[in-house]
Design a protein around this ligand. Structure first.
Ligand code: AMP
Length: 302
């Protein structure tokens, strides 16, 4: 029997690989008046992913999580092969989280033999991650569109950790008129500030220490932004800090939080950073409040 919203009885998620089955179950739940929340992931779940599931469970009657390491969002020579995969550990992370369905399709399901269709994204997908990883956002948009079809939820939850991705996904939903609401949730961090990421397991002890420089550079950006420095000045000081930590900087920039174009006073901006640690590449960001905003810093908390 369906539980009322907020009920605490634990449920075991049903693991489904068949898109027709998961779609049928979700449509049936919605027809029965249940609000369904969806958290798309690539697995290797950590507390950041669980925070999205929590948020979905708070606001919805049912929660679906997808676990799919999407090959098309990895470029040649990237970490697709070594990306951590452990469904048993992922299911253990989701135990007691009130997740009804885990959709874990095979690669051949999402990309059937002879597949030839890709979504092309432009605008906010062009710079930063789009420049460093040429077909990345096309792969993201393609899989997200397919997942939204297979899991026709009311609302989907994404992490602010991948800020540019949230902008690209919102653009995709608006441009294709996809019938789903997008909610962006705050970045969950380790105690020293490093943003949680499935890729953190690649870091050596020394790289792990160095990697905290990313969030340090964002804290610096918050302070300098509040002091009234220009986007370029803030970005330059971020780069200086990152380099002083020995980090190979892919980019550090302050741009408009919604368009990712030039930051325009008094609209909120975002500081974006990407760095390389040996063979591992990590990204992070923080929102910077509009300059006439008298309220508290929106910092890590959106
Ligand atoms: P991924 O499995 O890396 O594709 O991430 C799945 C979702 O979890 C995406 O919406 C990410 O932005 C989100 N996510 C990843 N890391 C974090 C984090 N540290 N805090 C909050 N959300 C996160």
């Amino acid at each position: 029997m369906a539980l009322p919203r907020g009920a605490t009885k634990e449920i075991e998620p049903r693991v489904i690989a068949d898109p027709e089955v998961v779609r049928g179950e979700i449509l049936a739940a919605r027809q029965a008046g249940r609000r369904v929340g969806f958290v798309p992931t690539m697995g290797s779940l950590h507390a950041g992913h669980v925070s999205l599931v929590d948020r979905a469970a708070d606001a919805c009657d049912e929660v679906a999580v997808s676990i799919f390491v999407n090959p098309t969002q990895f470029g040649p020579g990237e970490d697709f092969e070594r990306y951590p995969r452990d469904l048993t550990a992922d299911l253990a992370m989701l135990a007691g989280q009130n997740v009804r369905w885990v959709y874990a399709p095979a690669a051949e399901t999402i990309y059937p033999l002879g597949h030839a269709t890709r979504i092309v994204v432009d605008g906010p997908a062009r710079r930063f991650e789009g420049e460093a990883r040429r077909s990345h956002f096309s792969g993201v948009a393609t899989v997200v569109c397919r997942l939204f079809h297979d899991v026709p939820a009311d609302v989907a939850y994404f992490g602010a950790k991948d800020w540019q991705q949230t902008i690209v996904v919102k653009r995709l939903v608006a441009d294709l008129g996809l019938p789903i609401e997008i909610i962006v949730c705050p970045t969950v961090r380790e105690p020293d500030g490093l943003a949680m990421s499935s890729r953190n397991v690649y870091l050596t002890v020394a790289e792990r220490q160095q990697a905290v420089g990313l969030s340090e550079s964002l804290r610096l950006a918050e302070v300098l932004w509040e002091d009234g420095l220009s986007p370029e000045e803030v970005a330059n000081d971020m780069k200086k800090h990152l380099r002083s930590r020995g980090i190979a900087v892919d980019y550090a920039a302050v741009v408009d939080a919604e368009t990712l174009g030039p930051a325009v006073d008094p609209a909120p901006a975002v500081a974006l950073v990407a760095g390389r640690f040996g063979t591992t590449r990590l990204i992070d960001n923080c929102l910077l409040p509009g300059r006439d905003d008298q309220g508290p810093s929106i910092g890590w908390d959106l």
